[in-house]
Design a protein around this ligand. Structure first.
Ligand code: NDP
Length: 442
């Protein structure tokens, strides 16, 4: 069932999310990253929408070429180069891995080679920047708006294709979810794990690459632009590159763990993931670096160290909390959390085919402090990125506002799902761990 609030939110996002991305990027391009000035100009009649639109760079053959090569290159790395990193990197779990049990009781296999794709892409990037000089390292910044149109084309194409595919040739018909509401189905997706062939998994590909591999390259391109414009790279830009680089590398190092996160385990593949991964993520998660090209902030040492600490502590909490759950689930509770055997609540649930499964909800470690302390760590890291930009403009703070809404909503959505899944066992768990994000407060 689709309630009116979900439907209204979906319609709002379908209509306004592309405009929001455009507004942010345009305000940097035309208004030095001020979010207020375009509005003032429009409201006072100083400018018309058409003036802003006419000044916006259009789609170019060059951008279309760059984008096509980029996506094709990532497809090749994903599909045709089996992982070799797990053969020599101790502790790294790559290669063929199994995902979680789907609602219809299936277990999918995945070729985990994201770290390798990231390394190859970045080695080539640095080889080009320092040796081959095929293209300028500022190429991404220099084509940022034309590339936005390309990303939108791919985002809409892949979401629409996924919708059509779910009706005519679904990968696993039993895992499809039809609500009967066109907008909801388009946005939230129908197919659970759409695939082409045996290995091209839409969720794994679009979630990780091209968006997340690009994230660090986009930041490097911004740093190169600062160097070109001002003859130096500021410490704030270095902080953004380092902190977000750690986050991205963590994602690929733990790509196998990622198979057990909500995106892969529970969400269906629609516009939310398809368009979101192609457009929203690369354009809005990188706003701090973009802002710093227009406003090169040089932080005093104390501020820089404070921000670095906040980012690293946030990352530590994020990583350790995620690791604790992963270890607990992988070993079925036969492990040590903070040196002790973990405590947990036994629970059971039924899959769509009526099979009964057993599971455990841990109440030890960070999972005993709050039910989503991993989100809390993520939010601390997100705040650190924003703080690198100083306090002159609100644009770089979009990320922390967005992440707070996203993760709070995700927390509520996940708990709703867990309650439907585990019923009274979930109630016992929430009684044992009463707080969601901040112990004693929320
Ligand atoms: P979680 O990793 O918190 O996974 C939630 C699931 O874990 C629940 O549905 C439940 O699944 C299981 N679970 C819940 N409580 C327990 C427990 N006490 N013991 C054992 N298992 C439990 O959520 P996400 O997948 O959303 O997030 C993973 C990470 O990704 C987070 O750190 C988040 O911050 C990050 N993230 C980042 C985003 C970004 O855009 N930067 C976006 C989304 C997430 P089950 O049905 O198996 O019991």
């Amino acid at each position: 069932e689709v309630d009116w609030f979900s439907l209204a939110s979906i319609l709002f996002l379908l209509m306004f999310a592309p405009l929001i991305v455009y507004y942010f990027i345009m305000s940097c391009d035309q208004y030095q990253c001020s979010l207020i000035d375009p509005l003032v100009d429009l409201l006072t009649g100083n400018k018309h929408l058409s003036d802003i639109w006419n000044k916006t760079p259009t789609l170019t053959y060059r951008a279309a070429g760059i984008y096509t090569i980029w996506v094709a290159f990532q497809v090749v790395l994903y599909l045709f180069i089996p992982d070799f990193c797990h053969k020599f990197l101790p502790g790294y779990a790559g290669g063929v891995q199994e995902g979680a049990v789907t609602p219809a009781g299936m277990v999918n296999k995945y070729e985990i080679n994201g770290l390798q794709a990231w390394i190859i892409t970045h080695v080539l990037w640095f080889a080009n920047a320092s040796y081959f000089h095929w293209f300028s390292p500022t190429i991404i910044f220099d084509n940022w708006i034309p590339l936005l149109w390309c990303a939108n084309v791919l985002g809409y194409a892949v979401s629409t294709f996924a919708m059509i595919k779910s009706y005519f040739f679904p990968t696993n018909a039993k895992d499809c979810k039809f609500t009967g509401n066109f907008f909801y189905d388009y946005m939230m997706g129908i197919e659970f794990n759409p695939r082409i062939g045996k290995w091209f998994d839409f969720k794994l590909f679009f979630n990780g690459r091209p968006g997340i591999v690009a994230w660090t390259l986009i930041n490097l391109s911004y740093a190169a632009k600062q160097q070109e414009l001002y003859g130096q790279v500021t410490n704030s830009m270095i902080l953004v590159n380092v902190l977000q680089g750690i986050y991205v590398l963590d994602f690929f190092w733990n790509e196998t763990w990622y198979l057990k996160t909500i995106d892969i385990c529970h969400d269906h593949f629609g516009w939310y993931l398809g368009w979101g991964d192609c457009v929203w993520l690369p354009y809005l998660y990188t706003l701090q670096g973009l802002y710093l090209v227009y406003h090169p902030v040089q932080l005093c040492t104390a501020h820089a160290i404070g921000i670095l600490m906040l980012g690293l502590v946030g990352y530590y909490i994020f990583r350790v909390t995620n690791h604790q759950k992963d270890l607990f689930r992988r070993t079925n509770g036969n492990c040590k959390i903070w040196g002790k055997k973990p405590e947990y609540i036994e629970c059971s649930y039924m899959s769509a085919d009526g099979t009964k499964y057993h599971s455990k909800l841990m109440t030890s470690g960070f999972w005993g402090w709050a039910r989503h302390f991993n989100y809390t760590g993520d939010l601390m890291g997100s705040l650190a990125y924003c703080l690198t930009c100083g306090f002159e403009h609100i644009l770089p703070y979009f990320y922390i506002v967005y992440m707070t809404i996203l993760l709070t909503h995700r927390c509520i959505r996940d708990e709703h799902r867990c309650f439907s899944k585990y019923g009274k066992d979930w109630k016992r768990y929430t009684a044992a761990v009463p707080y969601r994000l901040i112990p004693g407060i929320f």
